[in-house]
Design a protein around this ligand. Structure first.
Ligand code: PCA
Length: 204
């Protein structure tokens, strides 16, 4: 059985939904013969990674795609790089707010995504959905999870491609936020499916 692990985050800050979680919940059980293993991750710096590690080891998936919400972005953005720093201006869901803190004091400065980020971006754009390759996943929990997964795979010499993709707000989330960009659920869902197909294609 071939698995693709897809993770998404719980809502955070004052939001009652997270666009990445809405998309995760709607994903089919299987894409192109590969089973999708869905994981919901808490928006907590120090716990997010421990939730995913066990299943990655157990399933030995063909790849790991993590999803998160980047409120304010106007495009679906595969992330190129994760950096070894947690530097937060807002608390996580249990109040932690690390400042200038290395994620792993013995770790590499950064890790590049090992997913086919350009193919993912192009596959989304081909559908007429706005997508762009991003060169920063920020310094909040999403970057923390992306760095920690890549660090774990590197340290354990596991040859599993992994990376992150940020999604804009859903239309319903910006009703009280004038001027802030958003996308329809359909666009976020279809864009994510296109990225998943690109990942699977690269692993065949
Ligand atoms: N987005 C946040 C954390 C959880 C999420 O969905 C981020 O970009 O770091």
């Amino acid at each position: 059985m071939k698995w693709l692990v897809v993770t998404a985050f719980e809502p955070f800050m004052q939001e009652s939904v997270n666009s990445s979680l809405k998309v995760l919940e709607a994903l089919p059980e299987q894409v192109d013969g590969v089973k999708i293993f869905k994981m919901v991750v808490p928006v907590e710096f120090y716990r997010c990674i421990s939730v995913v590690i066990e299943d990655i080891e157990r399933l030995s998936p063909i790849a790991v795609l993590s999803l998160g919400q980047a409120g304010g972005r106007d495009a679906i953005t595969p992330e190129r790089i994760a950096i070894n720093i947690a530097d937060s201006k807002i608390p996580d869901n249990i109040g932690a707010m690390p400042v200038d803190e290395p994620i792993n004091i013995y770790g590499e400065a950064a890790f590049f995504s090992t997913l086919p980020v350009k193919e993912m971006t192009e596959a989304i754009q081909k559908l007429g959905i706005k997508a762009a390759l991003s060169n920063t996943a920020g310094t909040y929990v999403c970057n923390y999870l992306m760095y920690s997964i890549l660090d774990f795979l590197y340290e354990n010499e596991l040859d599993i491609p992994a990376g992150f993709m940020h999604l804009p707000y859903l239309d319903e989330q910006v009703k009280d936020k004038p001027g802030i960009p958003s996308m329809s659920f359909q666009a976020l869902y279809e864009g994510t499916m296109a990225a998943i197909s690109a990942i699977i294609k690269s692993q065949l």
